[in-house]
Design a protein around this ligand. Structure first.
Ligand code: ZN
Ligand code: ZN
Length: 742
């Protein structure tokens, strides 16, 4: 027998191996195997089985089966194959994404044996004479409160296991086993119990959802609920119904470290049937959860984007919370998938209910609703009838003129309102969507800016470590010497504002106020992060300062003021989504204010007349979405066209140029409605030491309703073969439905 094996390599080639006799019974499509590839032994996955091979040369042998059974069931396998062709990614590499790293199907958690004293028995004297070791153990146990680890008796006697067994046989002790499960509760607040009383509006939504769940049909649903409309309660109830029907559920969250509240709520209701799935699980926890999921002991998975692959049997529901979030898109490595697209595909394969939920849906999902492709459910009321926050816009140019202070970070209005909150012991959230202290360090004499040598972007000053950091490649200088590299001037100026600077300024303005910061730098320590959020929830911290992270899903009753320090951040990036992103961020951040009591929002901007800012300030989603949609239509961008981006990168600029041209030349005579832009330099022309160019393909949905025309064109003109022929110094990526073109 022979098998084809796909490996997690960048090539599309699959390799044929001979199957030694002893494996023939067990080997299946979907089994992981170890086989020689070149000079290495590599783990791959069996993609086909056959009895005759056309290959004339010598076949190498499969060396080892990694798992006794296939680790992917038929549906997950179908999904992987679809991903491979849809995202132009070799199957082996897709499998690497779908299966957790270093998954061991054989893992079982360590067991501790425990022993407890019962009595000395009737024949204690005889025991003392005949079995001194047993006596010693029994003596010791009689002085202990409760159970003792058998292994801990090693200091008393040798071979404590045997001795305890003898004592147990005589009925003098009790033996017990304790399974040491890996800790799978990270990122969870302790269980949060809440009594739920649904509003009339929530009931209507729930009835609709249960009907779809009961239908057993694929039901893509957009749940459009304003912030604080009680979506978590709806998730819990519909998942409860699914479990009652013996169906399993996946809940996808954009940022697992920021959503301990939802996880806490779920654990309170569903107990150990729930597991969290995220990249920071230990390998043992991961293997354990995977096994429990495969055996059906865990039926609810909560996690970030990769949780969409959890191998739940009888999957009934997938919920994507904050479906507009960009963290659902994997940018690297390939496949560059979007968890929402995968959820929809899995939903189709499992005939499941897929709930895309948001207060600010992505323009794509909104458009799909307008076109009648999704079931649309609306929640208009804030839970408990809390009014919307009042929004104030501060024109920072006027502010400068009036106060004569340039580069002011906190306007007088924001400052006054903060003061007022502190007087009432209420809390404040400040959004500044840039981390570090200052994003630019410029020489006051020659004007040169400190940039990253690998990326050609300005380096950000981080005040706590006193270093400059590149936010793209992670490059970090030593403690900075304050002198210009060009002219040696010491007249260096820090320009712009990051979260650290905001924190500094708040300390200066309000010395007695306690602050905490959440951004990429602080989020790395996950335990500290959960603590910070818990402290803010408990009122031990007055001001929470952060990047877009503070806008996400957090729910704090006592936070009644949200300040958006610079509403313009990201507004002018040359990307078709920059406006949508800023709008959603401001709208979401505003929603953090006044979850229980009436709240206020202060937006500081240099562009108060910009339509994004204007409509965000009025919380007028519909008008803004219509404007944004008509702009997209005019330029024939998503969601009016299918988009695919081919990105080419390499160390040498002329190489990148040559190969991008070559790829472009291949893309000839496209079908009607397909438009090809480029080759052009990417906006961030050089990142991590590599030059970057791209070609963008757009296919008008008027001529290509399901995107198949574009895919078949690309499959023909940008074949797998071409990718395999690129020299190793050049890498080309295909990004299907890109979320940005920077
Ligand atoms: Zn200089
Ligand atoms: Zn860099």
């Amino acid at each position: 027998m022979f098998v084809d094996v796909a490996f997690p390599i960048s090539s599309y080639r699959q390799f044929t191996y001979r199957v030694p006799k002893e494996f023939i019974d067990q080997i299946r499509v979907g089994t992981r195997v170890k086989a020689p590839l070149g000079k290495r032994m590599v783990t791959g996955i069996v993609v086909a089985r056959f009895t005759k091979s056309d290959y004339r040369g010598e076949h190498r042998n499969i060396k080892q089966l990694v798992d006794p059974q296939p680790v992917m069931d038929k549906k997950l396998w179908d999904l992987a194959q679809w991903m491979s062709s849809y995202y132009y990614t070799p199957l082996g590499q897709v499998v690497k994404t779908v299966l957790p790293a270093k998954l061991s199907a054989k893992y079982s958690p360590p067991i501790t044996s425990l022993v407890t004293f019962k009595s000395f028995g009737k024949d204690y004297e005889r025991l003392q004479k005949r079995a001194p070791a047993q006596t010693r153990v029994l003596q010791y146990l009689s002085t202990q409160d409760g159970a003792v680890q058998v292994s801990a008796l090693k200091h008393l006697v040798s071979g404590p296991n045997m001795i305890c067994k003898s004592l147990f046989d005589k009925g003098l002790v009790d033996l017990d086993e304790q399974i040491n499960l890996p800790d799978v509760t990270g990122f969870t607040f302790s269980k949060i119990y809440k009594k739920i009383v649904f509003t009339a509006e929530q009931r209507i939504v729930l009835d609709e959802l249960s009907q779809k769940l009961n239908s057993g049909k694929f039901s893509p649903t957009l749940l459009h609920g304003v912030t604080s409309s009680g979506k978590t309660e709806i998730y819990i109830e519909i998942v409860r119904q699914a479990l009652a029907m013996d169906k399993a559920a996946i809940l996808l969250l954009p940022e697992i470290s920021l959503t301990p509240q939802i996880a806490g709520r779920f654990r309170a209701v569903f107990g150990d049937q729930v597991a969290l799935w995220h990249s920071r699980l230990s390998h043992s926890a991961r293997a354990w959860i995977w096994k429990q999921v495969c055996t059906g002991n865990i039926n609810v998975i909560i996690g970030a984007r990769s949780a969409v692959f959890a191998p739940l049997k009888n999957l009934g529901i997938i919920i994507i919370d904050e479906e507009q979030e960009y963290s659902f898109k994997q940018e690297s490595p390939a496949p560059r998938y979007h968890a929402r697209d995968i959820a929809l595909m899995r939903g189709t394969l499992h005939n499941a209910l897929v709930i895309m939920s948001s207060a600010t849906p992505s323009l794509e999902s909104y458009y799909n609703h307008v076109k009648g492709k999704y079931i649309y459910l609306r929640l208009n009321e804030r839970y408990g009838s809390v009014p919307y926050p009042r929004v104030h816009v501060v024109d920072m140019i006027k502010e400068q003129e009036e106060t004569g202070k340039f580069q002011q970070v906190i306007s007088s209005m924001l400052m006054k309102k903060m003061e007022n909150r502190f007087a009432k012991s209420e809390q404040v959230i400040l959004l500044q969507n840039r981390r570090g202290f200052a994003p630019i360090l410029r020489c006051g004499d020659c004007g040169s800016v400190e940039t990253c040598t690998q990326c050609e972007v300005a380096l950000t000053y981080h005040s706590y470590e006193r270093v400059l950091k590149c936010h793209f490649c992670g490059y970090k200088t030593g403690k900075i010497a304050i002198a210009c590299r060009q002219c040696a001037s010491i007249n260096m100026k820090l320009l712009g504002t990051g979260t650290q600077k905001v924190e500094d300024i708040i300390h200066g303005l309000f010395p007695n106020v306690k602050t905490a910061r959440i951004d990429f730098d602080t989020a790395r320590n996950t335990v500290a992060m959960t603590k910070t959020l818990e402290k803010f929830a408990n009122g031990e911290v007055d001001v929470l300062i952060g990047t877009q992270m503070v806008a996400k899903g957090l729910d704090f009753d006592n936070a009644t003021l949200v300040g958006i320090v610079n509403g313009d951040t990201g507004l002018f990036l040359p990307d078709f989504r920059s406006g949508e992103k800023v709008f959603q961020l401001i709208y979401q951040a505003a929603g953090r204010s006044g979850r229980k009591k009436p709240g206020e929002v202060v937006i500081q901007t240099y562009n108060p007349d910009n339509p994004v800012l204007k409509h965000a300030a009025k919380l007028d989603q519909k008008t803004y979405y219509n404007i944004a949609l008509s702009e997209r239509q005019e330029l024939n961008y998503t969601p009016f066209a299918w988009m695919i981006r081919i990105e080419v990168e390499g160390i040498k600029k002329d190489h990148v140029n040559t190969y991008t041209d070559k790829i472009r030349k291949n893309l000839r005579s496209p079908a009607k409605g397909i438009e090809i832009l480029g080759p052009a330099n990417c906006y961030r022309e050089r990142l991590r030491g590599k030059y970057r160019m791209h070609i963008i393909l757009k296919s008008d949905k008027k001529y290509d309703t399901n995107g198949k025309k574009l895919h078949s064109f690309l499959q023909k003109r940008f074949s797998a073969g071409l990718l395999d022929k690129l020299p190793s110094s050049i890498k080309a990526f295909v990004d299907v439905n890109p979320i940005s073109v920077l």
